[in-house]
Ligand binder design. Structure first.
Ligand code: NAD
Length: 499
């Protein structure tokens, strides 16, 4: 059986830990490989390599690091099909969706190509007589990134290219569910010219993560995953003196106003609710229909579209939705559907009975739709992270926006309307980090920044864009004076001013 190792100092290594985890093909429901799970030893080895590589890499002119990013971007393009196959075989999403996962990650590599401009400082001449002031951005040191299963290309690419372009060295700890694509990414980084030790990858689970969080030579940690783990990462890494950005889970609402084009809104809900089998942090899981008339026509339009979803192995063409990632995810989602029924929500489409001939062991389910969901129900409160959409009926716009604002999560939201006033009011007052107006999945492009509010993000800085550059750099302010020769001003114990 294929064994997925670690990548330390530019080569594949076994390490010393003999713990392994299974990697499944979700369409077949079969284990296809095993991944080594690192202990403190492998993490420490990776940190040593990253620390050793830092002085030379960080002092390389930014333009030379940018040239490597240009080459890396080309290699990602050349290897896109191979990367997509790796993603689909371990995650389950369709090949088209896997290509989208790579493309959205590549955009951050393209952004990182601009690093000489992005790291440019500020200069003020003559802040006092003969005194100049300037601010520069310098790398933080050794950074680590811990990533979830749902975007095995995009989320590692949110982190390490920008971090190393800023002059840091990096340790990636990808999800143990689909580690093959991240491994290929770091191999391609080497091929692009990234020196050994600048990017390392340790595979593993909680043990490897804990070793990262307490390691004295790691300076910054980026995390993306579920909220309980994000909160744990934030508090633990901060306690050990690290800079942290920890992005958590989500419960994204899409408000459908009475004047919305119902067909357009329904199509958006199908894409955002069932794409990647609902396993996106920006998936819409709650449709808030304003008024019973809106709700009735929305549900009526959604039902046939859900029943007609083309479900199958992601590697087949013409498939819209693949399986969910693991048997545990399948069981959790079906038990939440059961809970929704017992709590009194109306299960209008039940995806649990879906079966695919020839793939009986695969983790497939059909799309499900609940109507009449209320705020106290578990299916409303929990992030289901599966192909299940809930319709909440709201009597008016004010109660719809209040509902969104009361939710503990604050990742993404959208409003579908033809009314500019309503859209503007919503964008201004909604307590959510990323907002779409007639756009169901408002994932910002790479040169803007990605991040939620409330319990969807712990820390201050969002990912990529200028927020990403700020996270991966430290500001230094220099005040400089070159006295004219022979001029002596003597000393003063007063607070220096520029008078
Ligand atoms: P997860 O939290 O289970 O795992 C994320 C990472 O944390 C993995 O690398 C995993 O190995 C590690 N981990 C898991 N349990 C741990 C523990 N007890 N201690 C230390 N580390 C641990 O998340 P997942 O299931 O891989 O991904 C799905 C979740 O990620 C969803 O909640 C989704 O909303 C969220 N997500 C958020 C964003 C965002 O940008 N906000 C993006 C993608 C995914």
């Amino acid at each position: 059986m294929k064994r997925i190792k670690h990548w330390i100092n530019g080569e594949l290594v076994n390490g010393k830990s003999d713990r392994t985890g299974p990697v499944f093909n979700p369409a077949l429901g079969e284990q296809i490989s095993e991944v080594l799970l690192a202990s403190d030893y492998e993490v420490d080895d990776a940190v040593k390599a990253a620390k050793k590589a830092f002085p030379e890499w960080s002092s390389l002119p930014a333009i030379r690091r940018a040239r490597i990013m240009f080459r890396f971007n080309e290699l990602l393009m050349e290897h896109a099909d191979e990367l997509a196959e790796l993603i689909t075989s371990e995650h389950g999403k369709t090949i088209e969706d896997s290509l989208g996962d790579i493309m959205r990650g590549r955009e951050v590599v393209e952004f990182s190509c601009g690093i000489p401009h992005l790291m440019r400082g500020e200069f003020t001449e003559d802040v006092g007589t003969g005194v100049d002031a300037y601010s520069i951005r310098q790398p933080v040191g050794v950074c680590a990134g811990i990533t979830p299963f749902n975007f095995p290309a995009m989320i590692p690419l949110w982190m390490f290219p920008l971090s190393i372009a800023c002059g840091n060295t990096f340790i990636l700890k990808p999800s143990e569910r689909d580690p093959s694509c991240p491994m290929k990414l770091v191999e391609l980084a080497k091929e692009a010219g990234v020196p050994d030790g600048v990017v390392n990858l340790v595979n593993g689970d909680k043990e490897a993560v804990d070793a990262i969080l307490v390691h004295p030579d790691i300076d910054a940690v980026s995390f993306v995953g579920s909220t309980p783990i994000a909160s744990y990462i934030y508090s633990t890494a901060a306690q050990f003196g690290k800079r942290v950005q920890a992005l958590g889970g989500a419960k994204n609402h899409m408000v459908v106003m009475p004047d919305a084009d119902i067909d357009q809104a329904a199509d958006a809900l199908i894409s955002a609710g069932y794409g990647s089998a609902g396993q996106r942090c920006m998936a819409v899981s709650v449709a808030v229909a304003v008024g019973d008339k809106t709700a009735d026509s929305l549900v009526e339009t959604l039902v046939p579209k859900i029943q007609e979803l083309k479900i199958g192995p992601g590697s087949s063409s013409d498939i819209e939705m693949g399986p969910v990632v693991t048997k545990q995810a399948y069981d959790r989602i079906t038990s939440l559907i059961e809970k929704g029924v017992s709590e009194g929500a109306s299960l209008v489409v039940d995806g649990r009975s879906f079966n695919l001939q020839g793939y009986e062991e695969g983790f497939f389910m059909g799309g499900s739709l609940f109507d009449n969901v209320t705020e106290g129900m578990e299916i409303y409160k929990q992030e289901i992270f599966g192909p299940v959409l809930s319709v909440v009926r709201s009597q008016d716009y004010e109660s719809a926006i209040d509902l969104v604002n009361r939710n503990e999560y604050g990742n993404g939201t959208a409003i579908f309307t033809k009314d500019g006033d309503a859209a503007r009011d919503f964008s201004e007052r909604v307590q959510i980090g990323m907002v779409g107006v007639n756009v169901p999945i408002p994932v910002p492009v790479a040169y803007h920044s990605f991040g939620g509010w409330k319990r969807s993000l712990f820390g201050d800085t969002h990912m990529h864009g200028m927020e990403g550059v700020r996270f991966y750099t430290r500001l230094k302010a220099i005040t400089s004076r070159w006295p004219k020769s022979g001029v002596r001003e003597g000393h003063s114990l007063n607070m220096p001013t520029m008078e």
